[in-house]
Design a protein around this ligand. Structure first.
Ligand SMILES: [Zn+2]
Length: 580
């Protein structure tokens, strides 16, 4: 079980293996230009959108978005964890993994470090009045603080001296993402002056941390980076305390944050978990599937309608889970709601939870009594994408009936329209839902990353002109970080990057971008990078200018002359920089 394999060994196995050979052992591949094609094994389709590239050593399905390298493929196909997939490939290609006792010891050592550090943070919290009173103010009880082992990461020096005093090994701390090395070679703790939320595995061991600032500074939350213990996409926060109740009731409440899990738990609602990112992964859903049949979404009202959430829900439905949405009036999050109204009110809200399709219908139609036909068709179209994911016949029947009733359509015509939609796939008359629109920035950011993935020079140019923080899309920002972090850019290949992430969404982004490069032929990639970076800079400046204009108006109204002056100065400077 779960033993440590070094990143170098993983890359070595990856380099010695051909993805085409591995995948063709499972599904028939047909050659198509420089790539191979197949019907995707991960979703149902009639025309192949599953592409395997021998050159890039990645696969990507342009239908469902599944993508990654050969390990990702095996993880998905065989439903195994990353180390298991590596082991399977190693066996196939005859590389021996010397997984001796020493290696197992190493992993035990890592658990030991996490456990000592958790205790240290916990003790620090108990001594820190500001942090404690912040938690109390937000309604945390001291029992919960103990049960969830909340902690406080102090300022640099005290953490480092704690590590030294307890002989915690440098390489272990680094592997766990607890310390980092600055460009001048100095070691510093990653978590500083933050409330710490240990993330605990099903077996009760601390595998990583989430951390929150006390004030409004950004980023509000950070997580441990991926390590041989911590795989964000395969963990649900709180599941170790929720599992018993979840299994018993066959229900789970899915919330967005650590604080929601704790707030509900301390009021006696125990079957609550949170995903550690905005969108759910297939692995997390498989995990839930073991315990429950019904998932209650208790998200902030705005995020329940967001594209990332919708994609997550589509995945839940695809895995034959029932999904219901709990609404909290007044745009509250579950933690606020239960603190103000109590357990009973929350359970009542849960009882009134709408089946997901019903929720989407109501969210899109609003409270309007009368809907023009055009609007109705738009709703139908956006929901068909979701309905297509529903595997259970009964569930689908029920949803189509609700939809026809809500929009006052003839049920039979709606059904036949839906059948046609499924056959014709992407050729529906209306563009997909309004909220599916990808912001233009994200498109440009993807383009930049695409160029970086196929040219080392482009990486250098981008590094010199751009910081990962300027990416607006969180997923793009993370990929940029990974690329910039890499010490030797000549190593960077899509397969290499995929080996360094455990997030399925990130793997999918990498594989899709690297299979897109035919459109780059004939371009001077260095020059292109410069142009894209400029375009992005200009956009972010323009955004700031709009924001400044609004702020200036507000300040003028309130007569804050000094502030108006300084804002105007910034505005003038920005305008000038755009002209250059
Ligand atoms: Zn697919």
């Amino acid at each position: 079980m779960g033993r440590y394999i070094s990143p170098d060994t993983i890359d070595q196995i990856c380099q010695q293996t051909d993805i085409v050979q591995i995948i063709s052992e499972y599904i028939p591949l047909t050659s198509s230009g420089k790539n191979y094609k197949a019907l995707c094994p991960f979703h149902e389709e009639k025309t192949p959108s599953f592409v395997v590239s021998p050159e890039k050593q990645v696969f990507h399905c342009f239908g469902c978005g599944a993508g990654g390298n050969l390990f990702t493929f095996l993880m998905k196909w065989e439903n195994v964890a990353f180390p298991e997939a590596v082991r399977m490939v190693a066996q196939k290609v005859g590389v021996s993994l010397s997984l001796d006792e020493k290696v197992t010891d190493y992993k035990q050592k890592l658990y030991q470090i996490n456990s000592q550090v958790t205790e240290f943070f916990h003790q620090q919290l108990k001594k820190n009045k500001t942090a404690l009173s912040y938690l109390y103010k937000r309604g945390f009880k001291s029992d919960s603080i103990d049960l969830f082992k909340l902690g406080w990461a102090p300022f640099s020096q005290s953490f480092l001296s704690f590590c030294k005093k307890n002989d915690l090994p440098q390489d272990g701390l680094k592997e766990l993402g607890l310390t980092r090395t600055s460009s001048s070679g100095e070691i510093y703790p990653y978590f500083r002056e933050r409330i710490m939320f240990p993330v605990v595995s099903l077996s009760g061991k601390v595998v990583g941390f989430g951390a929150r600032v006390l004030d409004d500074s950004l980023p509000k939350y950070i997580n441990s980076s991926a390590s041989s213990l911590f795989d964000k996409g395969r963990i649900l926060y709180g599941l170790h305390v929720a599992q018993r109740e979840a299994r018993k009731s066959r229900e789970v409440i899915l919330v967005e944050g650590y604080t929601d899990v704790i707030s509900l738990h301390q009021e006696g609602i125990h079957n609550v978990v949170a995903s550690l990112g905005t969108s759910l992964t297939t692995s997390q859903i498989r995990l839930l599937r073991r315990y429950v049949d019904t998932v209650f979404l208790a998200y902030d009202q705005d995020s329940a309608g967001e594209a990332a959430t919708i994609r997550g829900v589509d995945l839940l439905l695809e895995n034959e889970l029932q999904v219901k949405v709990i609404s909290f009036p007044g745009e509250k999050d579950p933690a606020d709601f239960i603190r103000e109204k109590g357990k009973k009110a929350l359970l009542q809200a849960k009882q009134k939870a709408l089946p997901y399709i019903q929720y989407r219908i109501e969210a899109t139609t609003g409270k309007d009594e009368y809907l023009p036909l055009e609007k109705k068709l738009e709703i139908v179209n956006s929901l068909f994408f979701t309905l297509k994911k529903v595997k259970s016949r009964y569930q689908l029947d029920d949803m189509l009936r609700r939809l026809s009733q809500a929009l006052d359509f003839n049920e039979e015509s709606l059904r036949s329209e839906f059948r046609r939609f499924c056959e014709e796939k992407y050729k529906f008359s209306f563009s997909p839902t309004l909220k599916f629109e990808v912001p233009e920035e994200e498109e440009i950011e993807k383009r930049l990353l695409e160029v970086m993935l196929c040219s080392q020079k482009a990486i250098e140019v981008a590094r010199a002109t751009f910081s990962p923080d300027s990416f607006t899309s969180p997923l793009c920002r993370r990929l940029a970080q990974e690329i910039f972090l890499c010490q030797s850019p000549s190593n960077i290949t899509p397969a290499y990057l995929i080996n360094r992430t455990t997030d399925e969404n990130l793997s999918s982004l990498i594989s899709s971008l690297s299979l897109n490069d035919s459109s780059l032929e004939g371009f001077d990639l260095e020059q292109l990078t410069r142009e894209i970076a400029q375009a992005l800079k200009r956009r972010s400046h323009q955004k700031r200018i709009e924001q400044l204009r609004r702020m200036i108006k507000d300040c003028e109204r309130q007569g804050e002359e000094e502030k108006v002056k300084s804002l105007c100065r910034e505005l003038v400077q920005l305008r000038r920089s755009i002209l250059i």
